[in-house]
Design a protein around this ligand. Sequence first.
Ligand code: FMN
Length: 262
Amino acid sequence: MNPVIDSLIAHRSIREYRPDPIDDADLQSILHAAERASSSGNMQTYSILVTKNAARRAKLWEYHYEQDMIKQAPVLLTFCADWNRMIQWCELSDADPGYDNFLCFLVGAADALIAAQNAVAAAESLGLGICYMGTTLCKPLKLIEFFELPKYVFPVTTLVLGHPAESPDLRARLPLDSIVHSEQYQPITDASVRATYHDRETEGWARYESIPELAEMIRTSGVKNLAQIYTQLKYTRENNQLISRELITALEQQGFWTSDAE
Ligand SMILES: Cc1cc2nc3c(=O)[nH]c(=O)nc-3n(C[C@H](O)[C@H](O)[C@H](O)COP(=O)(O)O)c2cc1C
């Protein structure tokens, strides 16, 4: 179609990396592309922490549920919602910052995620591989301590970045017409939901069955379909509630869980 769209459509998460370092100029280009992303009010309420040091990556591997790509890939980029810089600037300028609340966390998180996706597009256009780490949201207190994040800074997502050592197939997506609504939200029926997830059910189940540890878990847990893999094995209510509690504690600690100025 055109090189940008071709590159976006060819996206695949990479989970195996060669140890070769990333060229400094390439990393700078990726970070520059990230910073060119839109941000709310052009306030740029995010920060990007670059981790290359192997010992520090090994520590982050622990905090990211021991996902091995964290140790393999030469660079990790941790994107944080960050109002610390903006708040200090306001205070230095005799301006009263009302940014210690949940709305501002969401604004900073959106800024951080949009910048991260620009970094992804830039990295992939250079032939590098990436994988997002959703685990960034699972142990916020550990990451805050590890990066010495001050108040009003909160880790939102992490990118593993490096030279791919695998070339996986494209992962399927749900039919586009199940995602896109024209003008108004289209009601969904049981039949349309079944149709939407029909291919995913079979492909997803086959994928999990092909991973020996997961196949074993499927057998011992007795789950019967892909949705049950999600609800009983991968993303359980109990675990989601546990993580949510830690997130709220961390948001309080970092100054974002308030609707009133302190
Ligand atoms: C916010 C976010 C968090 C993710 N977290 C992880 C993760 O912790 N580990 C992992 O292996 N993949 C992770 N992924 C990658 C997804 O599993 C992947 O994007 C999805 O399966 C689709 O595959 P594709 O990116 O190859 O198209 C994450 C993706 C996103 C957007």
